[in-house]
Design a protein around this ligand. Sequence first.
Ligand code: C5P
Length: 241
Amino acid sequence: MPTAARRSSPVVAIDGPSGAGKSSVSRGVAKALGYRYLDTGAMYRAVTWWMLRHDVDIHDAAQVAAHAALPQIETGTNPANPTITVDGLDVSGPIRGRDVTAAVSPVAAVPAVRARLVEIQRQAIGNGDIVVEGRDIGSVVVPDAELKVYLTAAPEARAARRTAELSDPAIAADEVSLHTTLHTTKESLLHRDSIDSSRSTSPLTRAEGAVEVDSTDMSLNEVVEHVVALFRSRVSAGATS
Ligand code: C5P
């Protein structure tokens, strides 16, 4: 895989497990810094959506690899309005469905899929001024990112946040359904984390030089402020001194 191109402006890399709040934090940080934003998870989801739509057996790595070059993925980088299309179709809704969520980790483990998406990601990153979120941004996509954050949270907190995002009011009002949903969501997050962390190509890992931020007991605003403060002390201060 080619190495990252030289840039003139900073990149903030935010990696971490599912449900740690990467998307909300990354968008908040991008808005605060006036930066662009790239959601690489959405790209893996978009490829997965395409594979399911074209009846590719997602558990057959050779079949997934043979189709890896076909989906045409385009992603917008405006943090106020992130967009993602496959073959010109807006898939921002469908890629969040349960079927895609259940299938994405095996697809993302296929090296041919990763090589293709990393290339598109590096093109989108271009000269920098961007916050990029994913699993391998600080370790593989932009190993020389000016700020690398590894965002974590306890599994219970991650499941609670995901459930709140997904839940309809009927589930939230019923204690037994809420408990079942929380349990299923937690199991699904942990299952995805285990595939993402154990794959041989670009596993989820805390990159060298990454600052670990545990968001379990922090509000979204607190995490955004914390990351922006890290950026100001490590990157903007460094640029002017
Ligand atoms: O971030 P999100 O939960 O949308 O990511 C969906 C999946 O995409 C992850 O579980 C992981 O399998 C894959 N992914 C990845 N590398 C990235 C971003 C996401 O493997 N940089």
